[in-house]
Design a protein around this ligand. Structure first.
Ligand SMILES: *[C@@H]1O[C@H](CO)[C@@H](O)[C@H](O)[C@H]1NC(C)=O
Ligand SMILES: *[C@@H]1O[C@H](CO)[C@@H](O)[C@H](O)[C@H]1NC(C)=O
Length: 491
């Protein structure tokens, strides 16, 4: 059997290489392969040189930098670049937390709200995960502004940073820790204030408490990291060389962490971009009208951006929108309804019930894309068929009890490769065509290029991860109840 398989693979390889040999170089251009990407193998690997986006953007814009890439100021070095198995572990925690929160939203009987309690310590809260937290931006907090690094996360609700005096503990972070005593605009919130009420009215995973009439918050992450501290108000500023276009948000509500641990978690603060009323999106509603858009760069050596309230993104005819389904118990994630997937221009044979049963979450913090088992099996099989001419390094890896089925290729003998295009279709006619660099995740420094798509556990929601969003402009329009996708290119 094994010999037969090898023999048939050899035949396939001979067939494909002979058909390639008969093509003249001219014919291997994109036009001949409308349903394929023709890419140079070296371009699939991130460069070691920082290539900043030169896109000129207006007010309400932040540059997004990959934490482990050459543009990073976080100086975590190459040694800290996460391995393939670390990425899988972080993703699993993230996926688990999205699913448990999604289920808790659906369960209308559950009431996780906590009463305000007088307590001598910061409270615990529900497990959550911000995943790898790969993309960060720099903002200024306080008056005068103190620069802090934050991860922008569509799956988080609150904003938090570490704060001096770190009365219990702070972890080592790049750059100085925010010092509230040096900010003239800093205010702690009394427990009966509206800001504190907003926190206590938010659904899990944030618990709110009270210490000597000061509002407290706590966030615990599934990976063991946590942040507990005072819930405060201060000025938030987007850095800009042009003082006229500087964005200033006064009285911004955020967590000022006094008991923080990063135990393998994110090593900086977070800005929550979910649809929760406490998130950045709602707090800045008067200014930014509750919509934002980002573009993740094509790889970790380039930079991307996020813009808030930029009118162009709602009027751009290249961006196609899909409605966020409304249900009585809707989640505060960004849900969309997938209607189909194509590989190399061919629709996959997936029963519509596979996707209509549950929606998919568009997420900034999950790396892989996870599809219902049936849909993933169809994608994998079509993809492998289209890639038959390349050496498949398939293997099933077990990681914390979950079997990850790998579809990896060794491209080392090629200069260019032909990769089938993958497109996702959504209710309302929106389409997301995955960029050539949004299909693979390199493993072992590029020795293997592995499909960045995998399967959910049975019954879990699908998640559209950040690799497949690379170079795509993604628009989140909360009041419009829709998410949009456009051919981006972040440059
Ligand atoms: C920098 O990025 C642009 C746009 O993605 C690309 O065209 C250019 O080749 C890149 N330069 C380097 C040195 O990688
Ligand atoms: C700090 O938080 C950790 C984790 O929740 C907790 O175990 C510890 O007791 C807290 N320390 C104090 C002094 O509150």
């Amino acid at each position: 059997m094994a010999i037969f398989l090898q023999a048939s693979l050899l035949v396939l390889w001979l067939l494909s290489s002979s058909s390639e040999n008969t093509c003249s170089a001219k014919e291997t251009r994109e036009g001949q392969y409308p349903h394929n990407h023709i890419v140079s193998v070296s371009s699939l690997l991130p460069s070691t040189v920082c290539n900043r986006s030169s896109k000129v953007l207006g007010t309400g814009y932040l540059e997004l930098v990959h934490k482990h890439g050459p543009c990073s100021e976080l100086k975590q070095g190459k040694a800290n670049t996460p391995s393939w198995s670390e990425i899988l572990l972080k993703d699993q925690a993230r996926v688990h937390s999205i699913n448990s929160r999604q289920r808790s939203y659906r369960n209308s009987d559950e009431n996780h709200r906590l009463k305000q309690t007088e307590s001598t310590t910061f409270l615990f809260s529900y497990d959550q995960s911000i995943g790898l937290g790969e993309y960060y931006a720099k903002v200024d907090i306080g008056t005068p502004g103190q620069s802090v690094y934050v991860i922008l996360d569509t799956g988080s609700d609150i904003t938090w940073i570490q704060c001096k005096p770190c009365s219990i503990q702070c972890f080592k972070q790049p750059g100085p820790i925010f010092d509230p005593s040096k900010s003239s605009s800093h205010t702690t919130l009394p427990c009966k204030s509206s800001g504190c009420n907003l926190l206590s009215a938010s659904r899990p995973p944030h618990e709110q408490g009270c210490i000597s009439d000061k509002c407290t918050y706590s966030s615990d992450y599934a990976d063991g990291s946590f942040t507990h501290g005072f819930f405060v108000q201060d000025k938030l500023t987007f850095p800009s060389s042009d003082s006229k276009s500087k964005v200033i948000v006064n009285n911004y509500l955020l967590g000022c962490g006094q008991n923080n641990s990063n135990a393998g978690g994110p090593k900086i603060g977070v800005i929550g971009l979910s649809r929760a009323p406490i998130s950045f999106v709602y707090q800045t509603a008067p200014k930014f009208k509750k919509y934002f858009s980002y573009c993740f760069p094509s790889d970790s050596s380039s930079t991307g951006y996020i813009t808030f309230g930029e009118p162009d993104v709602l009027n751009n005819k290249h961006i196609k929108f899909t409605p966020i389904p409304t249900t009585p118990q809707q989640s505060q994630f960004y849900d969309v309804v997938v209607t189909g997937i194509s590989v190399a221009g061919k629709q996959l044979p997936i029963k519509s019930s596979v996707f209509t049963r549950g929606s998919a979450v568009v997420d900034s913090g999950t790396v892989f894309t996870l599809l219902p088992p049936e849909a993933f099996a169809a994608l994998r099989s079509a993809f492998r068929k289209e890639m038959a001419r390349y050496k498949l390094l398939a293997a099933a890896t077990t990681s914390s009890g979950i079997i990850i089925d790998r579809t990896c290729y060794d491209f080392s003998i090629y200069k260019t490769v032909v990769i089938p295009k993958i497109s996702f279709f959504f209710e309302g006619g929106a389409e997301l065509e995955v960029d050539a660099k949004g299909i693979f995740l390199s493993r072992d420094h590029g020795k293997e290029m592995c499909l960045a798509f995998t399967s959910t556990a049975e019954g879990d929601v699908a998640i559209l991860g950040n690799i497949m969003q690379r170079s795509v402009q993604v628009v989140y329009d909360v009041d419009g109840g829709r998410v949009g996708f456009g051919p981006g290119s972040c440059t």
